[in-house]
Design a binder for this molecule. Structure first.
Ligand code: CUK
Ligand code: CUA
Length: 635
């Protein structure tokens, strides 16, 4: 990993803040003049004016103050991931993943196209679930993983540079919805739910024979991002979570009738939560007891058999029909499935899952130890680490706080009210998530309600409304709504991570694998990227290498012929944190970001004879406007 920092509040690692640099160079009018001047204290804590609420938790983050948590939000139809500060709910950054990004050139640079791979033909995605990598049951700050429901992909984001670094298209399934990571000893495996059922293989056969449509859970290696095995199930897979020993994944599974129309899907009274026995599946794969489907080489295991309660790989726990969210309690004791159409949540005891797989009892339903009623339309549940659960109820537009042990006692006949509080949210809530809730360090400080609707809550902005991510203080006995946060549609889910876990780089490292292939290409061309400005002509191909340092490009012009395939490779040799340059080529749709110490490249065809200016598109210097050059295209 590249440059990492010990203390967020230190000033720039290089000892030169961007502010110092810009101020000094603006005065001197030349690059580099500010390098020896002193630091400007960048960040101050303004404790005096902090606002607290009735629970005493500070929710107002003053200018210059830092948030306590990083929030990672999926971006829904935008296909991206967003970074928010919590509790301020300030949006800090967007990470393009499956979308195209005009600011950074994601989807346009050669480096990003390599990562997008074959699927770079798609310009979009639909991200629902973002999760952080684990070591020993809690976040380790290495990676984020996110699904693409639209184009059946899973992407990984490196948390040091906060850029997408691998994407895999999952074979044999269509539409990846829920994803979760193995929590112990580390992730390990990424479990991805294929949602919709399709013929196997989906090559034109069985078009009119839905009885032959199936879907699968896929396991992806978190390091290589290769699909290592898949397992066929009865029904459609919705959401998934894992236990805290690395043994199980559990998915909600609807459409047990495997219908293809709504009435067919609504037929049965019960669907399932399916528990996957990971060691049993891995043993079968290792023993070669699998098949492959179509062109795919991925081992496929048969995990069907719901009518018998399951198989040695799967346990089908009956739950009320069309369940949705599935969330493991941070103590690792229970899987909780959310009823959606039923006003209940179903508590499955994981110790009983062990017993069932060991053959100690027959009916998987006996692993359900309580099914408390919480409200209308339960979608997702999150936890405070103090024994309370918080369930989003979509139809009631509420977050319902309830006590897990009390709900279990009530199911055993004890007269006890397990509901602690129902808080109105504004409104039509989808996911809800508490800080660190998906880890064994759930700390019960903040909870976010991701509301799908915000009508009447904000200034109207046309028929399309913002969504409303509401921040709720859960540190005390009572939930307190403290903040409304409008967001661009549609974050489905988010996670919130203590800030000490996240160690972002401040500058690129010259040996970063992100642009290693481009560096290798330069080497083949005999070009030293950090020093040389050179044009290499290779038949119809032209490779233009140049450095940038504020406020100049290494080449003030370069000449090509009409029809040349031009690759421009830029290396930003500035060493100043936050000092990016852009390479924007007019009338060619080219605009990419080059971070300090990074190399980025872009390839296009020069098909218009004439003079075409390129300019720096990221403000970098007092003479930023003058940072430009000409591409001369001969007829
Ligand atoms: S799903 Cu959207 S509200 Cu895709 Cu996690 Cu439940
Ligand atoms: Cu370089 Cu603006």
């Amino acid at each position: 990993m590249t440059d990492q920092r010990d203390d967020l509040k230190d000033d720039d690692k290089t000892g030169i803040s961007r502010r110092t640099f810009l101020g000094a160079t603006a005065a001197a009018g030349v690059a580099g003049a500010g390098l020896s001047s002193g630091m400007i204290p960048g960040i101050k804590n303004a404790e005096a004016s902090s606002k607290t609420n009735a629970n005493g938790l500070k929710f107002h983050v003053d200018p210059g103050e830092l948030d306590d948590y990083y929030g990672f939000w999926s971006g829904g139809q935008s296909g991206e991931v967003r970074i928010l500060g919590v509790p301020s709910m300030r949006e800090l950054m967007r990470i393009p993943v499956f979308n195209r990004d005009s600011a950074t050139g994601w989807g346009q640079t050669n480096e990003s196209k390599r990562i997008l791979g074959d699927s770079s033909e798609f310009m979009n995605g639909d991200t629902h679930h973002v999760h952080g990598s684990y070591t020993n049951g809690t976040y380790d700050g290495r990676y984020l993983y996110v699904n693409d429901k639209l184009n059946t992909r899973v992407a990984r984001i490196r948390m040091d540079i906060m850029k997408t670094d691998k994407i895999v298209t999952v074979p044999n399934v269509t539409s990846i919805h829920g994803i979760r990571l193995q929590k112990y000893p580390k992730s390990g495996l990424i479990f991805a739910n294929g949602e919709m059922i399709i013929p196997q293989p989906n090559d034109g056969r069985d078009l009119e024979t839905p009885a032959n449509y199936w879907t699968m859970l896929s396991a992806i290696d978190g390091e290589t991002m290769e699909v290592v095995w898949q397992i066929i199930v009865d029904g459609n897979l919705d959401n998934v979570d894992t236990d805290y020993t690395g043994k199980y994944a559990c998915s909600t599974c609807y459409n047990s009738a495997r219908g293809v129309t709504l009435p067919e899907m609504m037929g049965p009274e019960r669907d399932w939560a399916v528990v996957f026995n990971i060691p049993a599946i891995e043993a079968a794969v290792k023993a070669g007891k699998y098949k492959t489907i179509g062109d795919s080489k991925v081992p496929v295991i048969d995990g069907r058999g719901a009518e018998k309660g399951g198989s040695k790989f799967t346990m089908y726990v009956p739950v009320p029909r069309s369940p949705h969210g599935l969330n493991t309690t941070p103590d690792g004791k229970y899987f909780i499935a959310n009823g959606k159409l039923s006003p209940t949540v179903t508590i499955i005891e994981i110790a009983k899952v062990d017993q069932w797989f060991a053959g100690k009892f027959k009916d998987p339903r006996d692993a359900v130890i309580a099914e408390p009623e919480v409200g209308l339309g339960p979608l997702h549940t999150t936890y405070d680490g103090r024994g309370n659960a918080y369930t989003s109820v979509f139809l009631d537009s509420q977050v319902v706080k309830w006590n897990i042990q009390d709900a279990i006692s009530a199911a055993k006949g004890k007269k006890v009210n397990y509901i602690r509080q129902k808080l109105d949210v504004h409104y039509q809530i989808g996911h809800t998530k508490a800080t660190m809730a998906e880890t064994n360090e759930a700390d019960g400080q903040w909870l976010v309600a991701l509301c799908k609707f915000s009508k009447d809550r904000y200034l109207p902005v046309g028929p399309l409304h913002a969504e409303n991510d509401q921040l709720i203080d859960i540190s005390g006995d009572e939930m307190k709504l403290v903040h409304d946060g409008p967001t661009f549609p549609e974050p489905h889910d988010c996670i919130m991570m203590r800030r000490d876990i996240v160690r972002p780089a401040r500058l690129w490292s010259r040996d970063d694998p992100y642009f290693a292939e481009t560096v290798a290409m330069a080497k083949r061309d005999g070009v030293v990227l950090e020093k040389e400005n050179k044009v290499i002509r290779d038949g119809n191909k032209v490779r233009v290498y140049m450095t940038t340092t504020a406020p100049t490009f290494g080449l003030s012009n370069f000449k090509v012929k009409k029809g040349n395939e031009v690759t421009v490779v830029i290396t930003n040799i500035d060493q100043i944190e936050d000092l990016h340059h852009g390479f924007a080529l007019t009338n060619h749709g080219v605009n990419i970001e080059i971070g300090a110490q990074a190399t980025a490249s872009v390839t296009f065809t020069a098909n218009k004879p004439g003079v075409h200016w390129y300019y720096c598109s990221w403000f970098c210097h007092a003479l930023h406007m003058e940072m430009s050059g000409r591409m001369l295209v001969e007829a």
